[in-house]
Design a protein around this ligand. Structure first.
Ligand code: KIV
Length: 275
């Protein structure tokens, strides 16, 4: 079923049931107005830790905190009634132990009313995924390029090429078997993404992966053309809001300097209008 036909937000099980059916549509969001724009159009909305780079100007996602995720998660929740809300677990909030992951995942869900959490990692996160799912926390996994590990991955490189392919396939199988309801595949070769999609029973959500994935996700500021510092190959700009915004600000500045704004229609007279 497509999200536009829904009256209420889907649950993680509904997303799982979309495997091999209608492609799953998702975007990131970090604010209430942006969430309102995509409510009911996207099947799920992710409050990604990309918020650190996109809205806070951080050099990577490593500096993102629980407090930032909760602040933005709660804002996005206020804008959604028909799309499911998923929230990222920030770096350092889940890797230490399953118990640490549970404590922080529960806080994220309690304070933002997200329906699920997303965490990065494959085989090595199996125990944590099992622990969370057994205790009522739906988990979306994220494998391939996992930006919280750029220091060990050696940057933002494509993952799973050549002799890495088997390990990535094993990661996908491991998170699916551990009980994740969905898995994000970031920056992996298209043929491998297709192979994983065929192989695992949970939906794959591609970003820099393949049109054959069960769904797609993009960072909303990238696809709206708001984030213009650089454009990864996998991003398609569906609008040029950054450029349009700068042009609007220049037009405003010119009118202020020419004293043509505010115009007569924007100012108030000294007499109250007659009722
Ligand atoms: O943080 C994020 O925005 C993400 C998506 C791009 C998958 O993890």
């Amino acid at each position: 079923m497509s999200a536009t036909a829904r009256k209420t937000a889907p649950m993680p099980d509904d997303i799982l049931a979309m495997k091999g059916d209608t492609p799953i549509v998702s975007l990131t969001a970090y604010t209430t107005p942006m969430a309102r724009m995509m409510d009911g159009i996207c099947d799920f909305v992710l409050v990604g830790d990309s918020v650190g780079m996109v809205l806070h100007g951080l050099p990577s996602t490593l500096g993102v905190t629980m407090e930032m995720m909760i602040l933005h998660g709660a804002a996005v929740a206020r804008g959604l009634t028909k799309s499911m809300l998923v929230i990222d677990m920030p770096f350092g909030s889940y890797e230490e132990s399953p118990a640490q992951a549970f404590r922080n995942a529960a806080a994220l869900m309690r304070d933002t009313s997200a329906a699920a959490v997303k965490l990065e990692g494959g085989t090595h996160m199996v125990e944590t995924i099992q622990f969370l799912v057994a205790r009522g926390i739906p988990v979306m996994a994220h494998i391939g390029l996992t930006p919280q590990s750029i220091n060990t991955l050696g940057g933002y490189k494509v993952q799973g090429r050549d002799d890495q392919a088997e390990a990535l396939l094993a990661d996908a199988r491991a998170v699916a078997d551990a009980g994740a309801f969905c898995v994000v595949l970031e920056k992996v070769p298209a043929t491998l993404a297709d192979q994983i999609t065929t192989d695992v029973a949970i939906p794959t959500i591609g970003i820099g992966a393949s049109a054959g994935c069960d769904g797609q996700i993009l960072v909303v500021d990238d696809m709206l053309g708001l984030f213009t510092e650089f454009k990864p190959k996998f991003v398609k700009r569906f609008a040029t809001l950054g450029q349009d915004g700068t042009a609007a600000i220049e037009a405003y500045a010119a009118e202020v300097r020419a004293r043509s704004f505010p115009g007569p229609e924007h100012i108030f007279s000294d007499k109250a209008p007659k009722k």
